[in-house]
Design a binder for this molecule. Structure first.
Ligand SMILES: CC(C)(COP(=O)(O)OP(=O)(O)OC[C@H]1O[C@@H](n2cnc3c(N)ncnc32)[C@H](O)[C@@H]1OP(=O)(O)O)[C@@H](O)C(=O)NCCC(=O)NCCS
Length: 321
């Protein structure tokens, strides 16, 4: 059967790392408050010349190298981002140009923090229907540029970065690798809990991120537990069959609560929120790359991805690595 298999991972971070202590010198906050409420200790902030497409390109190069795939072999690039370089063209086209693999399909997907899950599902469908053979699926963000640095309830939570995977259509056995099941959801009624107060068709300005954190938290735990169970039910598995969960890295307490609901031990959850903060669509592929490169996630492991973000949008995907 044809499945979409992750054959390489890569990630990229801006040069500038900002600790909670450094933030507390500029904003009315403290290392203790941020660590206790979120688990975040530091974040990377894009500097001059570092953009969503440049970070995405760096992450993609590393993923291509890990997969042993040449840029010219890539027929599809899907970049998940809520912070594109420009309103248009899609940042994916700039990545395609920078990598030197023009001519194939390239577009952006906008599902905020669930963006990578949406992009992965779209690429999976396109590969399985033969529209391309090899794809780059990327999450890349520069949220620092849409933060209100006067609003301590949001600006301490986010960071910049990129993660990428090479996804290849392969003819595999039933027990072989690949994406096994995905479920995605959206519920637009909750827009006002997490949104950007601008945009090309409203104010004409980019705008700043606004969030009612406590309410987002409540929805996240419920929605994530539900969608994880939907995916497990679809493949007839339980939490005990999962080797690793690679969650969206919003908040250590959401990660703990979700793992508890699934009956998963904390050791099975890949956590990078302490180092990267919330990098929106980049957080899942960034965390995946960390855990692949440090040797935790190995070939044959059962890996669950999950995310929830503005919209709301949320989803989960299960893959045998
Ligand atoms: C944002 C979040 C960490 C806030 O934690 P919380 O326990 O809900 O805290 P509250 O917003 O109720 O604020 C509690 C107090 O801390 C204060 N506070 C808020 N931000 C602060 C900061 N950076 N530093 C110090 N104090 C802060 C508030 O002013 C409030 O003070 P008050 O009680 O005197 O009014 C938490 O709600 C959260 O993680 N939500 C989910 C957000 C998320 O993951 N979003 C992305 C989804 S993709």
């Amino acid at each position: 059967m044809i499945r979409s298999v992750i054959t390489g991972t890569g990630s990229a971070l801006p040069r500038n790392c900002v600790s909670n202590v450094e933030l507390a010198e500029r904003i009315d906050t403290s290392d203790d408050w941020i660590v206790e409420r979120t688990g975040i200790r530091q974040r990377y902030i894009a500097g001059e010349g570092e953009t969503t497409s440049s970070l995405a390109t760096d992450a993609s190069r590393k993923a291509l190298e890990a997969a042993g795939v040449a840029a010219e072999e890539i027929g599809l690039i899907i970049l998940a981002t809520a912070t594109p370089d420009h309103t248009f063209p899609a940042s994916a086209t700039q990545v395609q140009h920078a990598l030197g693999c023009g001519g194939g399909i390239a577009f952006d997907v906008q599902a905020v923090c669930s963006g990578f899950l949406y992009a992965l599902a779209t690429a999976d469908s396109m590969l399985r229907t033969g529209m391309a053979k090899k794809a780059l699926v990327i999450g890349s963000e520069t949220f620092s540029r849409i933060l209100d640095w006067e609003d301590r309830t949001t600006c301490v939570l986010f960071g910049d970065g990129a993660g990428a995977v090479v996804l290849e259509a392969q003819d595999v056995a039933e027990d072989g690798p690949g994406i096994l099941a995905t479920r995605l959801h959206a519920e637009g009624a909750h827009k006002d809990l997490l949104y950007v107060d601008g945009g090309p068709s409203t104010t004409g300005e980019v705008g700043k991120l606004r969030m009612k954190g406590r309410e987002v938290f409540r929805h996240a735990v419920v929605n994530l537990a539900e969608v994880l169970n939907e995916v497990l039910d679809e493949v007839g598995m339980t939490g005990a069959d999962i080797d690793w969960v690679v969650p969206h890295q919003a908040n250590a307490r959401i990660l703990d609560a979700t793992a508890r609901k699934l009956g998963l031990p904390a050791e099975k959850v890949i956590v990078t929120v302490d180092r990267h903060a919330n990098t929106s669509a980049a957080s899942v592929p960034l965390a995946l790359d960390v855990a692949v490169r440090d040797g935790r996630i190995k070939r044959g492991d059962m890996v669950m991805f999950e995310a929830m973000g503005g919209g709301f949008t949320w989803g989960a995907s299960l893959a045998r690595f």
